[in-house]
Write a protein of this length. Structure first.
Length: 443
């Protein structure tokens, strides 16, 4: 789509603070505080841009004697990407969210399950206690709740729990393996939920059975059909099994995704391919295997969409003028027995205590404190990096372990958090991403 815009040649720009990075034959003009940038092809364009910071457009053209194609290119980027704009929004809105593992019971024993789900935990919360938690969460400003497990459909009162959360006014999301839902249950909960995410980890019955067990594949697909037909937004999350056959089956995963998206064309339906496999019941990848897994799962995405895995979410955030100042660290997670954590990867972080013993007002307060302390502007070397709001610093568990392992959150001094180890190659991957997506972000 083309758009025309008239620019006053006497206009004088007022850009946010910017810096120049030369990379791969290009010049990146990066406005760190607004997570914005333009890409210049040569020194003439660079000279013209620098002149624009002190002169009107007309004067900059006269002073630099920049060729028309070059100064037009620069002006188009400045206007199309709103380089002067200083108002930005955080990617993660300051709202209280709850990740609620209502049971550890599961009808599957997936080898990659980081929760080691299967049997119930000792002293799992009763339904009444779950209701109390939801009420307390709502009272302190809670907005949305994600119900997960274990398998949520094994809970005998799952429908009543969803109804109760809906009556409180909470936005509800469900994570499930999809094998235990009856049509009557689906009809009852469908009008009450925001979306449901299903785990399907193979492209057919045989490949899925390696993870989910026999006969799960078609059961889940039938449940997907029912939720889609009921008008619910559906997400299918695929975490492929990592074995000697995985690489040769990349095309089969791509074709499976194509078939699913074609089947539900026009519906509120998406497929996500997980690019990281956490340590689970029977899975523990070494560093080399983690890199290989990321490479192969990324290839599935790239072959299906025809673009790099990270392009679409990156473009979406930049179009919305959103800065990456944090990950979701600080979000409240509660295990089936009531233990409280500040990340949904609860085996990877310490509990701060049990919801039966800690007032929810305090839980909410600590959540906000840790979310603030894990802000990119409190972390080294990120806070001084020109890419800080484009990168966000990454997963706090992976890169800032001393932060996420701290139990005394209130007294944590951010200056005591060791700096993340960042490499030249990592930064250059972002330069590549910025160059690759530059014109695609144009409004």
């Amino acid at each position: 789509m083309e758009r025309n815009k008239t620019i006053d040649i006497n206009k004088r720009y007022n850009f946010p603070e910017w810096c120049i990075r030369q990379y791969n034959g290009k010049y990146l003009v990066i406005c760190s505080e607004t997570a914005n940038w333009i890409v210049l092809d040569n020194e003439q364009q660079l000279d013209f841009f620098k002149s624009l910071t002190e002169h009107t457009i007309n004067d900059a053209i006269a002073i630099t004697k920049c060729p028309k194609d070059d100064y037009v290119n620069v002006l188009i980027q400045i206007e199309a990407k709103h380089l002067e704009e200083k108002n930005v929004q955080p990617s993660f809105v300051d709202k209280l969210s709850l990740h609620f593992y209502i049971t550890n019971v599961c009808n599957m024993k997936c080898p990659h399950c980081y929760m080691r789900a299967g049997s119930a935990l000792t002293n799992e919360l009763t339904t009444e206690e779950i209701f109390n938690v939801l009420e307390d969460f709502k009272k302190v400003g809670g907005i949305d709740v994600t119900f997960t497990g274990g398998e949520i459909a094994t809970h005998k009162n799952i429908v009543e729990i969803i109804k109760f959360a809906h009556e409180l006014g909470l936005e509800i999301k469900l994570l499930t393996n999809g094998t235990l839902w009856r049509p009557d249950m689906i009809q009852e909960v469908a009008p009450l939920i925001s979306y449901v995410q299903f785990s399907i980890d193979g492209f057919d019955e045989s490949s899925n059975a390696k993870v989910r067990g026999v006969k799960a594949f078609n059961k889940t697909l039938k449940t997907v059909d029912l939720f889609v037909a009921a008008g619910v937004k559906v997400i299918v999350a695929i975490t492929p099994f990592f074995d000697s056959e995985f690489e040769s089956n990349i095309h089969n995963y791509v074709e499976f995704i194509k078939d699913l998206t074609a089947k539900y064309h026009g519906e509120d339906f998406i497929v996500r391919v997980c690019t990281e496999m956490l340590e689970g019941r029977e899975i523990s990848l070494n560093e080399e295997e983690k890199v290989k897994y990321n490479e192969l799962t990324t290839k599935i995405y790239s072959e299906y969409y025809g673009v790099d895995l990270y392009d679409y979410p990156f473009i979406s955030k930049m179009r919305q003028r959103r800065i990456m100042e944090n990950c979701i660290y600080g979000e409240i997670s509660i295990s089936a027995n009531g233990d409280v954590f500040f990340c949904s990867r609860i085996p990877s972080v310490p509990s701060i205590g049990n919801v039966k013993d800690i007032p929810f007002e305090r839980i909410a307060k600590l959540s906000r404190i840790i979310h603030e302390k894990s802000n990119i502007n409190n972390l080294r070397p990120c806070k001084d990096c020109e890419l800080k709001y484009l990168c966000g610093g990454g997963c706090r568990i992976e890169y800032f372990g001393e932060l996420t392992s701290c139990k005394d959150i209130e007294h944590l001094d951010v200056n005591d958090i060791p700096p993340r180890k960042c490499t030249k190659e990592y930064k250059e991957s972002f330069y590549d991403l910025m160059i690759r997506t530059n014109t695609r972000i144009f409004q």
